[in-house]
Design a protein around this ligand. Structure first.
Ligand SMILES: Cc1ncc(COP(=O)(O)O)c(C=O)c1O
Length: 399
């Protein structure tokens, strides 16, 4: 039987393989510290759970939603106005079942087969898989540690820029935990205008950014609405990952194009989830700030613990992850991740899952409490000692 060539060399996600082994280890009563998938260990605030459960108890809420409740659009619009200073009309907002789904479909709305879509390497996998599924020609752009993982437009040849139709950008960036500054966003808009490229900005972690100032929206920079759109997800901000709700906001033509495509393939988001999202966006926001602070503390705790073990970790500027090089003796991140899991019970994600430039690295998700993190560091320290002995035997420096 012949399958679609769209599948290309797409394989089941790495998380499935890790999950299977995790299940086997747990069945053998092994202690597991799962720092792989980026689903927060925090729970949603009580007012969000209450709104969802109240709506879910009402049998009238189970029909096709067809579209967003007007209150949901009003809620996200006023959130963008208050939080980011961005004024949006109803037609500049549409909802999706999470950014993941939105990224999987948006190129159907804005690209033709063969169009060049530029995506970051390292970067989040759906940035590549989504455009590829709709036949776009995905070209990665390199992000360098020495440049703080910020896209340097000088690294893109003018010939490539002329051919490019879409540029996917995301900061704070998963997995490398880097944030961009205002100068970068201004340059991005000038660049997009010069080459008539559509910008898709994924703002999954704009509420988990470390620094004195709250992280801005791409749409808050002059001219952004002319050249692009932003995905804003409730997943990490409100510990809402399983509920699946995000928005595409910004340029009206693009937002409406996606809404039109989705109107043929989807009948709207389950109404109780919409009610919970309204509660999240309009309710008390103190939990959001507190969790950002907690993530920053967890990142610092894990960083200092790992650095003390001689681990090559870089300080995080945001997201719910930590990005690290591989220790002595390893070049392949999947081999390392599997060994780490077997030997210490700590599950991380191999950097290769985030593109060719992610190889040689590993990502830890900050999804545990401080006492557990200490145990993670202790477990990893044992692995480190083993590697040190190996290095000594080989007469080499371990890191
Ligand atoms: C950069 C980035 N974008 C999007 C997503 C997915 O977000 P959602 O839950 O809204 O699909 C994630 C999830 O980890 C992510 O890290």
């Amino acid at each position: 039987m012949q399958l679609s060539s769209r599948l290309g060399d797409m394989k089941p996600g790495v998380f499935h393989a890790l999950f299977e082994r995790r299940t086997q280890l747990l069945a053998c009563n092994r202690t597991i510290y799962d720092l792989s998938v980026g689903t927060p260990a925090f729970l949603p605030d009580a007012h969000i759970v209450h709104a969802l459960s109240e709506a879910a108890a009402d049998p009238r809420q189970y029909g096709y939603a067809m579209a967003e409740l007007p209150e949901l659009k009003a809620a996200i619009r006023s959130y963008y106005a208050d939080r980011f200073g961005v004024a949006l009309s109803d037609s500049e907002v549409t909802s999706v079942h999470g950014t993941q789904e939105g990224m999987a479909h948006i190129c159907w709305a804005i690209c033709d087969p063969g169009d060049v879509v530029l995506v970051p390497d390292p970067g989040y996998p759906i940035f590549t898989d989504g455009p590829q599924l709709c036949g776009a020609n995905v070209v990665t752009y390199p992000l360098f540690k020495e440049k703080g993982y910020i896209l340097d437009f000088a690294d893109l040849s003018p010939e490539l820029c002329e051919r490019a139709r879409v540029l996917v950008v995301s900061y704070p960036l998963n997995p490398v935990c880097a944030r961009a500054d205002a100068a970068f966003y201004r340059e991005l808009i000038l660049f997009a205008k010069k080459y008539q490229i559509t910008v898709i900005h994924d703002a999954a972690y704009s509420d988990i950014a470390f620094g004195d100032e709250p992280y801005p929206s791409f749409l808050s920079f002059p001219g952004a609405m002319d050249v692009g759109v932003e995905f804003y997800s409730l997943s990490k901000t409100y510990n809402f990952t399983g509920a699946r709700l995000a928005f595409l906001l910004g340029n009206q033509r693009i937002v409406q194009a996606l809404a039109t495509i989705r109107s043929q393939i989807d009948y709207g988001i389950f109404l109780p989830i919409q009610r919970a999202a309204i509660a999240a966006l309009t309710g008390d926001q103190s939990g959001v700030k507190a969790r950002c602070q907690a993530y920053q503390e967890m990142a610092a705790q894990l960083t200092s613990g790992l650095v003390a073990c001689g681990w090559p970790v870089q300080a995080s500027q945001g997201t719910m992850f930590l990005w690290s090089g591989l220790p002595y003796g390893y070049r392949n991140s999947l081999d390392f991740t599997l060994d780490l899991m077997e030997e210490t019970g700590v599950i991380a994600t191999p950097g290769s899952a985030f593109g060719a430039r992610g190889e040689g690295h590993v990502r830890f998700a900050l999804r545990t409490d401080p006492s557990e993190l200490d145990k993670v560091v202790a477990a990893i320290a044992a692995k480190r000692e083993k590697l040190e002995k190996l290095a000594q035997a080989a007469g080499e420096e371990p890191l």
